[in-house]
Ligand binder design. Structure first.
Ligand code: URA
Length: 213
């Protein structure tokens, strides 16, 4: 298991290598690689789907409208970005052209698989979090299980090969597309799932370690 200072260095090394990645087609249209950021020593990691326009421009995860909503909900649970590590299934923005404009699209399976094996898995191996909070179905399909049913299974804890516990919540971008009561309910569910993840970290810290050495 990596020591605290080691984790920072190892994650920084991975980020530097990822910054010149050309392993899939997404590198052709990206402005910046969005590796992920936050505290690599945190017991809690958040995994989203992939960068959008603002993330591509800035190189930072969850800094657009969905990121602002995520920050608000985290703050309601007493969590700041510096307390957690935030990353995505893919590190470059998947786009499609529509009416002369670039729009976001979900990552293709081959793009996701490449990015998972090259960058997400090694990052999670270094950080070795107690709890992963998956934001949206692509993250839940990657971290928890294929065919994850968000509406039925969000808010429950699962085992994961990447963390002792994993839980999924509605993606903030999905929540932003809801209106009225549906928006309020979806937002409340995100706060509830973040709070559940926070409490699970506290519980898991009291459990005996699962490795002998
Ligand atoms: N949506 C995501 O899934 N990730 C980001 O970094 C931003 C928006």
């Amino acid at each position: 298991m990596a020591e605290a200072g080691d984790k920072e260095q190892q994650v920084a090394d991975l980020a530097e290598r990822a910054s010149v990645c050309v392993a899939c087609d997404l590198h052709e249209s990206r402005t910046n690689v969005v590796f992920g950021e936050g505290n690599p020593n945190s017991p809690l990691v958040l995994v989203g789907e992939g960068p959008g326009e603002t993330e591509d421009r800035t190189g930072r995860p969850f800094v657009g409208r969905a990121g602002k909503l995520l920050d608000e909900c985290l703050r309601e649970c007493g969590i700041l970005r510096k307390h957690v590590f935030v990353t995505n299934v893919v590190r470059c923005r998947p786009t499609l052209e529509e009416g002369g404009r670039l729009k976001n699209r979900p990552p293709r399976t081959d793009e996701a698989n490449t990015c998972i094996s090259l960058w997400l898995e090694p990052t999670l191996t270094v950080i070795d979090p107690l709890v992963i909070l998956c934001l949206g179905a692509p993250a839940a399909n990657t971290i928890i299980k294929k065919g994850f049913k968000m509406m039925q299974e969000r808010g429950q804890f699962f085992e994961s090969k990447y963390a002792r516990y994993a839980i999924a919540a509605l993606h903030p971008a999905y929540i932003l597309r809801q209106q009225g009561e549906a928006y309020d309910e979806a937002r409340a569910s995100l706060v509830q799932d973040i709070e559940a993840a926070r409490k699970k970290v506290i519980e898991a810290k009291k459990e005996p370690p699962r490795t002998l050495f």
